[in-house]
Write a new protein. Structure first.
Length: 179
């Protein structure tokens, strides 16, 4: 009888120990991770390095999409057509000359100049002023390594990301944020 009680206590102890081990090991092995957070003290500064654009577009097909619906924002606000800004696209981080430029004043009419069909223009039905539609494939997103927003007063901002929102056949919707 006594040995039977010891076996029951031992089995109960093993079950408890294995349940505890499972509660610690299983969540860690299921791919869950905690976000990287930075707790700053008052007066402390840090430097945040943006992710290079080439890594943001790793899921694009071999042929770049011909149609682009891009939304530009700077400092948390949209880039307005009357801002006088110029967005420049560079093929390398060291490049001096951009391979493509878009003037903010051209945002509302760029879809006409790039030959968008009437079905393409329907993409702009609920658009905001910073949305740009390019349909002729002239902007190759796979060449972009750096983007800059330049204002008439000489103020310049660099892109921190190009975030693909969706990719449907030959249309890429993405947001560009300048900081």
């Amino acid at each position: 009888m006594k040995s039977m009680k010891k076996i029951k206590v031992t089995l109960l102890g093993l079950l408890t120990l294995s349940a505890f081990a499972a509660s610690v090991v299983v969540p860690a092995s299921c791919g869950r991770r905690t976000p990287d957070t930075v707790k700053m003290r008052v007066g402390e500064t840090i430097i945040v390095t943006p992710i290079p654009l080439e890594y943001s577009l790793s899921e694009l097909p071999a042929q770049p999409p011909k149609k682009l619906l891009l939304s530009f924002s700077s400092g948390g606000q949209q880039v307005y057509p009357n801002s006088g800004g110029v967005i420049k696209f560079y093929s390398s981080f060291e490049a001096e000359d951009p391979f493509y430029e878009i003037r903010a004043e051209d945002f509302p009419l760029l879809h006409l100049r790039t030959g968008c069909s009437s079905s393409d223009v329907s993409l702009l039905d609920n658009a905001i002023e910073s949305d740009v539609l390019i349909c002729d494939g002239s902007l190759d997103v796979q060449r972009i390594r750096r983007m800059a927003l330049e204002f008439p007063g000489g103020k310049k901002k660099s892109a921190t990301s190009l975030s693909p929102e969706s990719l449907e056949s030959d249309l890429l919707k993405a947001g560009v944020m300048f900081q």
